[in-house]
Design a binder for this molecule. Structure first.
Ligand SMILES: Cc1ncc(C[n+]2csc(CCOP(=O)(O)OP(=O)(O)O)c2C)c(N)n1
Ligand SMILES: [Mg+2]
Length: 559
């Protein structure tokens, strides 16, 4: 595989490889450590998004991986650039998202002296990634980039970090390009499918749980047809709401934080639970209480694309090593003897009742009503992004997601995710409405990327639920240490003025009834927008108030 002329630098080879592997977007914060790559971007047709902080760049790349199933790409500088980027790497790890991060590195002859900003990236990112490496030899750029794409995207996807010594990048090299990577499907075997059909035929009350990555709209549709055929109820795991149409007659709801008690009852009384794609982590398993470990109390089928995940926590009666896409395709052909046997109708009715109307809330803005307005007024191709905080409970409960890719959010609970994810989605899909729902604490963790939205003319809309506190932690505080409030209050900037200062549209809304007009004004402005909602701090969840949390905790302590 040797090319004829020494006419390209390693950096040029690298950028050409990205193009060959199908990359269209890269997200970066520049650094002198990888100047040769930045220069190679100059003559390529890659869309480069320059960001304000590496945490933003890495989250943007993660969001691309989540939405497309292909590795999202970011470039950051050595030392502080790389450590700033770690939130995106961690999300990609926990959320099983394909991502490749390239990091500049000191020159090869300076290594191991702790030169300026030098870090050992294998050691720093080793436990957070599927693979961390450094390229020493320019002749191996095509090989290592090819492995990075295969590693990040196949099996259980995840992050890969590649460090690039700066003197390596400028070396000229005669080498041929490697071909595009091959996304690999792992299909269920005939024996497993036969056994699965038998378990289904014998089940009194089967239940499907959808999670993880390696899905597509086609896979979601296939599962939908299967669920309809067998009348099986289907739920989605924490922050994977886009894996099923909320208005499908089998949809039973969100198995996340504060789920519908009826959903939990139904899963507990089911005699066959089929988990497709997910890891069944802490949140969907309700802190590992819903299913017995290692052997669940009901018959348990676990379909997962990573062999190492099967049997890791739950010992399934039938483990199936397959991607959700391949398993869903196999469901289309599965012969299920007998009549429909699931309780889909009742489960969907429970879901509709749970989500139909906003709950009563203290304060002049009912955030549930805002979500209901958005669900009724946004088109079906709109994308919702969010980070972490109690405000997200209203999204999970009241927004009804209709299609794959519509909900881009961190299952890892990483605050600061929503704004950069919205920037990435608007870069990828300029024609689709993108709405970021954020908390006041959450927003300011990566709010600086609003400048990136302005710079690239991306008219996304950020809705900030401003309750003047790190509400989630205050709630935990009141529960564990009632009345002892410390380090959870926030004094916020004027978020509407913040938006305007960046060159966007800003509005502040104090009553539910004023939200639609503000939203329409934001859309009409054609600018990146921030709508700040004044939320009563008492409105801590859709189900209770802060005072009630404190009173309950005091009562339990006999005070
Ligand atoms: C990066 C990060 N830091 C800290 C936390 C812990 N944490 C979880 S929720 C939360 C508060 C969120 O506050 P806000 O965004 O204002 O939302 P609210 O809960 O008030 O609705 C904190 C600090 C986290 N999940 N992620
Ligand atoms: Mg808050």
């Amino acid at each position: 595989m040797r090319g004829k002329a020494n006419n390209r630098t390693a950096a040029e080879v690298l950028v050409e490889q990205l193009r060959i592997h199908g990359v269209r977007h890269v997200f970066c914060v520049p650094g002198e450590s990888y100047l040769a790559v930045i220069d190679a971007f100059h003559d390529s047709d890659l869309a480069v998004t320059v960001c304000r902080q590496e945490g933003g760049a890495a989250i943007m790349a993660e969001a691309v991986g989540k939405a497309t199933g292909r590795p999202g790409i970011c470039f950051v500088t050595r030392g502080p650039g790389a450590t700033n980027a770690s939130p995106g790497i961690h999300v990609a790890r926990q959320d099983s998202t394909p991502l490749i991060m390239f990091v500049g590195q000191v020159a090869r002859d300076m290594r191991e002296r702790e030169a300026f900003q030098e870090l050992d990236y294998r050691a720093v990112f080793g436990s957070m990634t599927k693979w961390s490496t450094e390229i020493d030899d320019p002749a191996r750029v095509p090989e290592i980039i090819s492995r990075a794409f295969h590693t990040a995207a196949n099996g259980r996807p995840g992050p890969v970090v590649i460090s690039l010594p700066e003197d390596m990048l400028t070396e000229r090299i005669a080498i041929d390009d490697a071909p595009a990577y091959t996304p690999m499907e792992t299909s269920p075997g005939a024996a497993e499918l036969k056994k699965f059909a038998e378990l289904l035929a014998a089940a009194r009350a089967p239940f499907l749980i959808l999670g993880g990555s390696r899905w597509s709209q086609a896979a979601v549709d296939s599962v939908g047809r299967f669920a309809r055929k067998c009348a099986i109820p289907v739920c989605t795991t924490f922050r994977r709401l886009h894996l099923f149409d909320a208005l499908h007659e089998s949809y039973a709801g969100d198995l996340g934080i504060g789920p519908n008690p009826k959903l939990l009852e139904r899963i507990k009384s089911s005699d066959l639970v089929v988990l497709i794609g997910g890891r069944m982590g802490d949140l969907p398993s309700q802190s590992y209480t819903l299913f017995d470990i290692p052997r669940p109390q009901m018959t348990f089928v676990h379909v997962h694309p990573g062999a190492e995940e099967l049997g890791r926590v739950y010992s399934a009666h039938l483990p199936i090593h397959a991607t959700p896409t391949a398993f869903a395709a196999a469901l289309e052909r599965l012969d299920v003897p007998g009549a429909p046997r699931g309780e889909a109708q009742a489960a969907h009715a429970d879901y509709l009742r749970w989500t139909e109307k906003p709950t009563e809330q203290p304060g002049a803005i009912n955030f549930g009503a805002v979500m209901v307005w958005l669900r009724d007024n946004l088109p079906a191709d709109a994308i919702i992004t969010n980070g972490a905080g109690n405000y997200a409970a209203w999204i999970h409960r009241f927004f009804r997601f209709r299609r794959f890719g519509q909900h881009i959010a961190p299952t890892s609970g990483s605050m600061g995710y929503g704004v950069p994810a919205a920037v990435a989605m608007k870069r990828l899909y300029p024609e689709r409405p993108v709405v970021c729902i954020a908390g006041d604490g959450d927003f300011l963790m990566n709010g600086q990327e609003f400048a990136t939205a302005v710079q690239y003319g991306l008219p996304l809309i950020v809705v900030i639920a401003d309750n003047g506190m790190y509400g989630t932690i205050r709630m935990h505080q009141e529960r564990e240490y009632p009345g002892r409030v410390i380090a959870t209050d926030l004094r916020n900037p004027d978020f509407a003025a913040y938006a305007r200062a960046f060159g966007g549209f800003g509005a502040s809304v104090e009553r539910t009834a004023d939200f639609p007009a503000a939203f329409k004004e934001a859309v009409a402005s054609g600018k990146p927008s921030i709508i700040r909602l004044v939320i009563d701090p008492e409105a801590i969840t859709p189900m209770t108030t802060l005072s009630k949390v404190r009173a309950k905790s005091l009562a339990e302590r006999g005070e």
